[in-house]
Design a binder for this molecule. Sequence first.
Ligand code: AMP
Ligand code: GLY
Length: 447
Amino acid sequence: MEKVLLVGSGAREHAMADALVRDGQAALHAAVAVDNPGITRLAKSVVHTESDIQAIVEHCREHEIQFCLVGPEKPLEEGVTDALLKAGFPCAAPSQAAARIETNKAFMRSLLEKYDVPGRIAYSETDSLSNAVGFSKNLDWRVAVKPLGLTSGKGVKVWGDNFQTPGEVEQYIREILSTGMSGHNRVLIEELLRGQEFTVHFFCDGNSAIPTPAIQDHKRAYDEDKGPNTGGMGSYSSSDGLLPFLDRQAYNEAAVIGQKIVDALRVEGCPFKGILYGQFMLTKSGPKIIEFNARFGDPEAMNTLLLLRSSYVDICRAIIQGSLTKEMLQFQPEASVVRYVVPRGYGSQPEAGKEVIINESGIRGTGSSLYYASCNLVGEKGSTTKVRTTRSRTLAVAGAGSDIASAQRKTQDALQFIKGDVYYRNDIGTADALARKVNVMRELQAE
Ligand code: AMP
Ligand code: GLY
């Protein structure tokens, strides 16, 4: 039995915790900011912080932890991995330097240039208002404007969604440059990509980047991709590892990009160990890089870990030892659908403190999995759990099936066992929604 410490307290981390303990190979110890009931039930011990690095190291000493995992990006940016390694605790997670692939967008874009990684796009990274405005004007204002650092998905604004006029683009550039948003007085302007977004997770041991089935997240709060951007309302993957709009060739191109990034980071002296998350836009001319993250996606972690057939503990050991092989990563050849349940108003004015009642045995009866996210436990009675919402996502359900339709039906059945002032998207993984996405790509190809 391996003693494992996991940092993080969302549904992504509940899925990681579940994958760690499900084959009886690991005893879970948790470092959490929120008392996620899913994680605390599985954990042998809990330390109530994700940010106090010294307290996390001490907890590892006290419990003789054998290796550590980190879910969210913030502790990676703050150097939790480096501190743990220094104290003698191996980590299946990237160092602060390797995590710059996510925490510093300018580092990411310049690395792609230096190593001639495919999937690059036109961009300008600058501290000059006139350069930023000039570059945007040259692209006819069809741009994405980004602060360089972490902004919890809230800092990126794009033409069409957030900007309708050149004046609005310029205004946002000024705001980023003058406020030093996310710790830099610089701005990143990118050409606007058109197409369908998709995610590929890579399991990385410093040398190899092994790609896993492609997934599509849904960032918008409401059905038909309407409403404000969120942390992600749900996601699906298909039994062949591709997506209805994504063929083998495009997937392979994305896989090459992931390996090239891991090669580049190794050459730069900061080998990447852990999960690399590639977010791509499938465009008319193939997959282009939107961003790379140094961790599992959330919700996408639930798709990947739900379908993982191999031992997650063995995989983490191989990541740490640098001995990961493709054969070690076996997935059930099934589709998966994940749907988040969120407080009413999530995306704009989320209503915290509302009671949600979850019939866990009812959910289990549908064959779906339940993952708690950011909620506070009120009480448990038999298999009924009561929680209160926070301002973030409350919980998620995930189903697997022979095709996307059957996986989505399982989640639909499971959602009936959740009552309260919450909402969820109804269209994730439905035939209509998939057809719309395929059509968008067809129309784009025909232009
Ligand atoms: P990011 O925080 O970089 O993942 O960006 C958030 C969202 O903004 C992405 O999921 C995309 O929908 C959109 N986005 C980011 N960069 C671009 C781009 N260059 N072109 C079009 N959309 C983008
Ligand atoms: N699914 C988006 C993210 O985890 O960044």
